[in-house]
Write a protein that binds this ligand. Structure first.
Ligand code: SRM
Ligand code: SF4
Length: 568
């Protein structure tokens, strides 16, 4: 290990990165240690840059403690799939790896258009990573203080604009990948070929970023990627021919906060200008470098780009971006988002192919009694000639189906319970983060609870005659915000077992934050609040008024357009 050249007083992760020899650390030694299912503490921070986290099964944590056993360690791995597109050969490989190399035997689609495996035992990590790489995927920079999986509007083929923006999301992802060969050496047994800093990390440098960095590309009017949860967003602007004129650039969105700490808050992305398509990579890199250079390296709770933008101010942030990019951003162009979430059912693309968006409960792909969806997606993958597209809302699109194959695909979806039941608008627009039993930070259930809670909301909505009214409802097990709860019309954020803070008032378009309405309530109180609110909404709403707009108009919460007013 080299001696650090960093000043004292920085966040501990800064010294870890500095000493890691470009993300190698002692990961190889940790893997070879057969006395434990864990990896060394410092390595748990570095493995995030390689796409995986150490976890333990929290359902059995106390029982094992009583038996004086170490926690049942296993690993969660997240793949990097820019824009969420997987071909069928890849899907079959992804599916088989879940069966062969994970304890849970499931796949979990995430809120950032990729998938995770849970329950990977240490000896299975290397074969698993080799398996996904063989399928042409990887997990480089899926987590860690680097640019993460780049999101893009799903259904890219429903217009020329979508196809072009998807290409940009892939290029941005490739352009901002860390250059260290650590991943290839440790997991793919490649020779070490570079040594100098310039060779190893020409853009990031030795200390990478102060914190995670997230990018999304969106095509208005659909805000399915929730641009306001991203450090950097590119909002596509169409030219007269329907192609890509360029992008508005938005910076400093994010969700994470800590209960009771008003210094932390979710924030909306701010638009700082417009660029031509050919400047996209340069500007993406330059925004990231402003965050690299100005982001807070002392306090990780204050280190995301949203705080850097708030500290510098959007104008200074733009000037610093322009200085690094060597260009001036043009004035932002007009655009409007009209909806979050996915568009379910069949959509026809410009190339005459069809695309079918399917709802997956909290993104979990596993065979359930009467609903063998994992098997179904596998069997469809064996005959489907197009691809699958993972959405930013934990759902999946069977994309590029020829007219002649449409009936067969739809029949298979019905057979395997992928299309079988009629789902309520509340369920379709819901997101639940993973939370228990794998997430180390969960304070309450989410994935295993929200769908059952929404079934109860459906009964209440029916009673008040508003069962056909869409509403964006999200739940997370803690305030880190993985299910983007602060952009939901109704949100529940875990406070403790069975207890949630309830938030109201986002606009259903992803352009306004919600605000806390009730603190630390359990199911009984939640249902009573929902009953009262739905009752008032059904009687007093204006024509076409969404639920989030209604609760703001009625003064239940404030309209929050700046995260610094979130706690007011
Ligand atoms: Fe997240 C940490 C799961 C999207 C904000 N997130 C975690 C960890 C890794 C917990 C941990 O650090 O030990 C969770 C693993 C749970 C598990 O068992 O799988 C976790 N995050 C997820 C996923 C799987 C949720 C899901 O149900 O789909 C999403 C994976 C996305 C991906 O594929 O890359 C996921 N996380 C998000 C999002 C949503 C987004 O990006 O659109 C956010 C809010 C946006 C943002 O970043 O501001 C988000 N995750 C966080 C944070 C808070 C960051 C902050 O600024 O404070 C943490 C904790 C941290 O970083 O310290 C976190
Ligand atoms: Fe875990 Fe909290 Fe993220 Fe849910 S929001 S997955 S509980 S870190």
């Amino acid at each position: 290990m080299s001696k650090t050249t960093l000043p004292e007083g920085l966040a501990v992760n800064e010294y870890l990165k500095d000493n890691s020899n470009y993300l190698r650390g002692t990961i190889e030694e940790s893997l070879a240690d057969q006395t434990t299912g864990a990896v060394a503490n410092d390595d748990t921070q570095l493995t995030k840059f390689h796409g995986f986290y150490m976890q333990d099964d929290r359902d059995i944590r106390n029982e094992r403690k009583k038996q004086k056993l170490e926690p049942k360690h296993s690993f969660m791995l997240r793949a990097r799939v820019p824009g969420g597109v997987a071909n069928m050969e890849q899907w079959l490989a992804i599916d088989k790896i879940a069966d062969d190399l994970t304890d849970y035997g499931s796949l979990r689609l995430t809120t950032r258009q990729t998938f995770q495996y849970h329950g990977i035992l240490k000896p299975n990590l290397k074969p698993l990573i080799q398996g996904i790489c063989k399928a042409g995927l990887d997990s480089i920079a899926a987590c860690g203080d680097v640019n993460r999986n780049v999101m893009c509007n799903t259904n890219p083929v429903d217009s020329r604009l979508h196809a072009e923006t998807y290409e940009w999301s892939v290029k941005i992802s490739e352009h901002l990948l860390p250059q260290t060969r650590a991943y290839y050496e440790i997991w793919l047994d490649e020779e070490r070929i570079a040594d100098s800093e310039a060779e190893q990390e020409p853009v990031y440098g030795k200390w990478y970023l102060p914190r995670k960095f997230k990018i999304a590309v969106a095509v208005p009017p659909h805000n399915d990627v929730d641009i306001s949860a991203n450090d950097l967003s590119f909002i596509a602007i169409a030219n007269k021919e329907g192609g890509l004129e360029g992008f508005n650039v938005a910076v400093g969105g994010g969700m994470g906060s800590t209960h009771g700490d008003v210094e932390t808050y979710p924030q909306l992305a701010r638009v700082i200008g417009f660029i031509k398509p050919e400047d996209t990579l340069n500007v993406a890199q330059s925004v990231m470098l402003v965050q690299r250079d100005f982001g807070n390296r002392v306090d990780r709770k204050n280190a995301r780009t949203k705080y850097t933008v708030d500290t510098l101010g959007p104008d200074k942030f733009r000037e610093e971006t322009e200085a690094r990019a060597g260009l001036k951003l043009e004035p932002a162009r007009d655009f409007e988002f009209t909806q979050q979430g996915d568009r379910f059912g069949w959509i026809k693309g410009i190339d005459e192919n069809w695309h079918l968006t399917l709802f997956l409960e909290a993104g979990r792909i596993v065979d359930k009694p009467g609903q063998p969806i994992k098997t179904g997606l596998r069997e469809i993958a064996k005959v489907h000639k197009g691809d699958y597209r993972m959405t930013a809302n934990q759902n999946i699109i069977i994309a590029n189906v020829a007219e002649a194959d449409k009936a067969e695909i739809e029949g298979m979806c019905r057979k395997y319970g992928l299309l079988g039941e009629v789902l309520s608008p509340l369920m379709l627009d819901s997101i639940a983060c993973v939370a228990m039993p794998t997430c180390a930070l969960a304070m309450a259930e989410s994935e295993r609870y929200l769908p059952r809670l929404i079934e109860k909301f459906d009964v209440i909505a029916e009673k008040h005659g508003i069962a056909d009214q869409p509403m964006v409802i999200r739940m997370t097990g803690c305030p880190n915000g993985c299910g983007r709860p602060f952009l939901a019309e109704i949100a529940f954020v875990g406070k403790g077992p069975g207890k949630y803070n309830m938030y109201l008032g986002a606009d259903g378009r992803g352009t306004r934050l919600n605000q806390m309405y009730k603190e630390n309530i359990g199911e009984e109180e939640i249902l009573s609040e929902i009953d009262s609110l739905f009752g008032q909404y059904s009687k007093e709403r204006e024509t076409n008024e969404g639920f989030g707009d209604f609760v703001v108009r009625k003064g239940f919460v404030n309209a929050v357009y700046d995260g610094r007013e979130f706690h007011a």
